[in-house]
Design a protein around this ligand. Structure first.
Ligand SMILES: [Zn+2]
Length: 173
């Protein structure tokens, strides 16, 4: 993975935080990187990104690509070299006159588009616990992550344990 791609992979983490904060039945909290008044403006983008992640998790790359293309067009994303003061030039994709939503849409849609089909896109997941629809990135070596976090993992484990206990009690004469 080169430097460019790890940058895109980091953006996926931002997208996952945004999707979990703003969409789904478990939505809650404001991501630390947003001001409270900015959160509502990104609701549409967050639900589009959820659709992209769910499509990728379901191996529906056509649907993910269609949504991403729509976002890329809407954001007027185009490559451009930019520098702030004496900082080094770097590649950016938001149009110079972009508003807040366009900047976010351009940045995140470009990163998803750049890693489509790559390892980091394949690490996106949807929590397997009942009544949880949070998304996550599986950073584990074995790619064995099934739950968004320890809380869901423990909840499912405890339920399975209770079920097993009940069955054993029934089987006993
Ligand atoms: Zn979960």
């Amino acid at each position: 993975m080169d430097i460019g791609n790890s940058h895109h992979a980091l953006r996926l983490e931002t997208a996952v935080s945004l999707v979990n904060a703003l969409t789904g039945d478990n939505a809650g909290g404001e991501p630390a990187f947003l001001e409270p008044h900015e959160v509502g403006q990104l609701a549409g983008l967050a639900s589009d990104l959820r659709a992209v992640i769910e499509a990728l998790v379901g191996d529906d790359h056509d649907s993910a690509a269609r949504t991403l293309n729509r976002l890329l067009v809407a954001s007027h994303a185009r490559p451009r070299l930019h520098r702030d003061g004496d900082e080094p030039w770097h590649l950016t994709f938001d149009p110079p006159d972009a508003d807040f939503v366009q900047r976010w849409t351009a940045g995140l849609a470009v990163s998803f588009a750049a890693v489509l089909g790559d390892d980091s896109a394949q690490r996106l997941g949807l929590c397997a616990a009942p009544r949880c629809d949070r998304v996550f990135i599986d950073a584990s070596q074995a790619r064995s992550k099934r739950f968004c976090g320890v809380a869901c993992q423990n909840r499912v484990k405890a339920a399975a344990y209770r079920k097993r206990g009940a069955r054993q009690r029934e089987e006993r004469p």
